[in-house]
Design a protein around this ligand. Structure first.
Ligand code: GLN
Length: 474
């Protein structure tokens, strides 16, 4: 079976009876089996997916199928699916079965999409390489000695290697965009609040956003349109509807684009990544769009602001895993304190422990103002400066990542080095604006390079339009 680029191609072939939902599911199941060494899935819902496929094939025959019939998707192991396990790829939740279904997942199922399995990730979404997982590292399909990025590494590789058509990941500081860049696919982090967080295991609640991996812009847009919007289960969810995305029209308009000069002047940025950005700038200029260089010195503060605030939120969010309510309880428990202590020490991995301690520290009475309050103020300053740019410009462009996919183990001993992978993605997370990563070429090792485009809040359709134009898809 061919590797379908877009859902509408699948749906055409369904109509022509060249394929069925069942044959599609079998195709992806085979790819999952053949690519086991990539470690993208932690659980495959094979029998269930086949049963559902048969039922939807019947609906198709009777002209009763939903608008996403034929779409087979995977979910990051941070999204709940009722009566199925969810673990955040952590030992502390191994074996835990969810009682609820995430709203985003439910909305896809309601339109007859089929969920094929649960995907490996960095523990509770904390990481940039998918090496912090209780299930082991995920490998990049292009080069198995390299990371796929993180934290939604399994979800990215599943789309990269055609183990499903799209994946739902989560993006707190870059976890959809960065792995999308490393694997050469499209990754969207919508506006914060666009998609309900109900059923998403919390890492840092004021940053957490469900994001979408796809091969094409169209699939990303139709999935966003289906899952976005108000949900009474999440009081922070926004009510703005997402209009249908119309791909025509971008070329007739002339846009104002800003690029952040830091991407070209910083020493840590790979030369080929800089060249890819320059290429995009030239292309836009060549077609009559105005592109201006901007200095954004606040970029230096985005990463520390992000890590102070997210570790603070994580330290409170993860306090619920205590051996009493959920998942793992230590066998060495003798009293309440030892239950907390041992269960958490045994259940959490090293990076999660590091962040809980960091977060507890920045929230402690003596340091609260020096770190937490200050970081909140910095967040506000970064947000105001970014919003101001976006009042004048339609888009901000910057590479998604300073480098292409690095080797497994390369940064594992140096957390600060690892955090640098998020240098360009955290701005959109700190400010809540939408951002997309699209593939714009590859380096001399044939590793994909991602371009990140940011726009004003709720302007995802504009992001799709410019992406489509830059990708020159038909
Ligand atoms: N790499 C970042 C971190 O470790 C982003 C993670 C994410 O977006 N979930 O926090």
């Amino acid at each position: 079976m061919k590797n379908y680029h877009r859902l509408d191609e699948i749906q055409n072939d369904l109509k022509l009876q060249k394929v069925s939902c069942l044959s599609l599911v079998n195709h992806y199941l085979k790819n999952i089996e053949d690519n086991k060494h990539l470690n993208a899935f932690v659980e495959v819902f094979d029998e269930e997916a086949k049963e559902r496929a048969k039922a939807i094939d019947l609906k198709l025959k009777n002209n009763q199928a939903g608008k996403l019939a034929g779409l087979i998707f995977g979910i990051k192991d941070l999204l709940c699916y009722q009566y199925h396990q969810v673990s955040g790829s952590s030992n502390i939740l191994k074996g835990f079965e969810s009682q609820i279904t995430a709203t985003a997942v439910q909305r896809l199922l309601d339109e007859d999409a089929i969920v094929i399995g649960r995907q490996n990730c960095d523990e509770f979404g904390m990481g940039s390489s998918n090496e912090n997982s209780a299930y082991g590292s995920v490998k990049n399909a292009i080069d198995n000695s390299r990371v796929p990025g993180g934290s939604s590494g399994g979800s990215a590789v599943a789309v990269q290697a055609d183990m499903c058509q799209i994946s739902l990941g989560t993006d707190t500081g870059g976890s959809v965009r960065q792995p999308a860049a490393f694997t050469g696919i499209v990754g969207l982090k919508p506006t914060y609040s666009r998609i309900s967080r109900w059923g998403l295991l919390a890492y840092a609640s004021s940053f957490d956003t469900i994001g979408i991996f796809s091969k094409s812009i169209e699939d990303n847009a139709i999935v966003l349109q289906t899952i976005a919007g108000k949900d009474e289960m999440d009081g922070t969810s926004a009510s703005q509807p997402v209009q249908a995305f119309v791909s025509k029209g971008f070329e007739e308009r002339k846009f104002k684009v800003a690029y952040l000069n830091e991407a070209l002047t910083s020493s840590g940025v790979q030369e080929e990544v800089k060249s890819a950005l320059k290429g995009t700038i030239e292309k836009l200029k060549g077609n009559g769009h105005s592109v201006e260089k901007l200095d954004f010195p606040l970029l230096d503060y985005a990463l520390p602001t992000y890590y102070i605030l997210t570790t603070a939120e994580a330290s409170t969010n993860l306090s619920r895993y205590d051996g009493a309510h959920y998942g793992h309880r230590s066998k060495d428990t003798t009293d309440l304190e030892s239950m907390y202590k041992f269960s958490r020490t045994e259940g959490f991995g090293e990076e999660v422990q590091r962040r809980i301690m960091l977060g507890t520290f920045v929230l402690s009475a003596d340091y609260y103002d020096a770190y937490f309050t200050k970081a909140q103020k910095a967040r506000q300053v970064i947000k105001e400066a970014t919003d101001k740019i976006l009042e004048e410009f339609d888009f901000i462009i910057i590479p998604t990542t300073p480098t292409t996919a690095f080797k497994l183990g390369q940064h594992q001993d140096n957390p600060l080095e690892m955090y640098m992978a998020d240098l360009f993605t955290v701005q959109a997370s700190v400010t809540g604006i939408p951002a997309i990563s699209i593939p714009v070429g590859s380096d001399s090792n044939n590793l994909p390079i991602g371009l990140q485009i940011m726009s004003g809040a709720f302007d995802e359709n504009k992001l799709f339009a410019i992406s489509k134009y830059l990708l020159k898809e038909d």
